[in-house]
Design a protein around this ligand. Structure first.
Ligand code: DP6
Length: 324
């Protein structure tokens, strides 16, 4: 039986994606920028099954995951495939704790499926990260479209043509802005505030935010306007500019989330303790370090390699820390 293995890494958003303008097509309300984390990897093996239904294991546990099933059905329909699959997916980091496991998970799944069927996306090899692969991964989880690339990545919001129709599905995709070698000193430290799964999924959280937060529309505009500034800051390897923009964007996103009705809060008291340490290091010791937080309590600290150890030593006192 043919079996393929594919890998993809999680990414963290420097300018966030939070909200869809089309829920079923996973079209975002705005563009976003991320950095792919070289060591937070999902490894997925896929084989064609003899059984009438898919078998899905995540970290050795059998799961029934509505999002994965929906994605597999979409793949079967799009590529006229009638097979079912045995899927084994393993994360090298805590699942669903704001470490963006769905980004690497769906990117690895999309890559693996393309490999299994030798789908030469737009004439290229299935292994090559392509626009088409990114579009496919997007339909599993929005942030996954960025995880098909290394380094610094932009996910274009895309424009919905006035006529609507099928072309709008293909206008929103990710592409690499800069490879990791562009800025090898750029470094992320991860502070784990809580490794348990999140209570409100991103999908539901964003729907509620769009529907009820009075601050959401303003954030979308402000956040979109940060995109060219973030590209410029990465281009010039300006850690203070990257960090300031990322921190602001994250704080405003969480403000929108918290002002939803009913209020949603992904942060924990430990999250606050961690961000206080980061601010103190920056203000008192002049260490260039900034934080960003996704839909979970853990904190990613944006810094430079030469300062990573100082950040780790300070944070180790209050929580577990991952650094690469
Ligand atoms: C806060 O990509 O997990 O991490 O598209 O509904 O699957 P779905 O959501 P998901 O949301 C990620 C949101 C975020 C910010 C980001 O990664 O840009």
């Amino acid at each position: 039986m043919k079996e393929v293995t594919a890998k993809a890494n999680a990414n963290i958003a420097l300018i966030k994606y939070w909200g869809k303008r089309d829920d079923s097509l996973f079209l975002p309300t705005k563009s976003s920028i991320s950095f792919t984390l070289p060591h937070l990897t999902t490894t997925t093996t896929i084989a064609i099954s003899d059984a009438p239904q898919d078998t899905i294991k995540i970290n050795e546990k059998l799961v029934q995951d509505e999002k994965i099933t929906r994605f597999l059905n979409l793949f079967r329909k799009k590529y006229c495939v009638s097979d079912t699959f045995v899927i084994n997916s393993k994360n090298s980091f805590p699942t669903a704790a704001g470490l963006a496991s769905s980004s690497s998970g769906f990117a690895a799944l999309a890559k693996g499926l393309c490999k299994l069927y030798d789908l030469a996306m737009a004439g290229r090899t299935p292994e090559a990260p392509t626009k088409e692969l990114s579009i496919l991964a997007r339909r599993g989880s929005g942030s996954a479209c960025r995880s098909v690339y290394d380094g610094f990545v932009i996910w274009h919001r895309g424009v919905t043509p006035p006529t609507g129709g099928t072309t709008q599905k293909t206008h929103s995709y990710a592409e690499q802005l800069f490879p990791p070698e562009h800025w090898p000193e750029f470094h992320i430290v991860i502070a784990l505030a809580d490794e348990s799964s999140k209570k409100v999924s991103s999908r539901i959280g964003m729907q509620k935010t769009i529907e009820t937060s009075p601050h959401y529309e303003k954030w979308v505009k402000r956040s979109e306007s940060r995109i060219p500034h973030m590209i410029d800051a990465i281009k010039h390897k300006d850690i203070d500019a990257v960090g300031t923009l990322a921190e602001r964007d994250c704080l405003e996103m969480h403000h929108c989330i918290q002002t939803s009705t009913p209020s949603i809060n992904y942060l924990r008291p430990k999250t606050r303790q961690i961000t206080d340490v980061v601010k103190k290091l920056r203000l008192e010791q002049k260490i260039p370090c900034y934080f960003t937080i996704d839909a979970g309590p853990n904190v990613k600290i944006i810094t430079l390699k030469e300062h990573a150890q100082t950040v780790v030593e300070e944070l180790k006192e209050i929580c577990s820390v991952l650094t690469f």
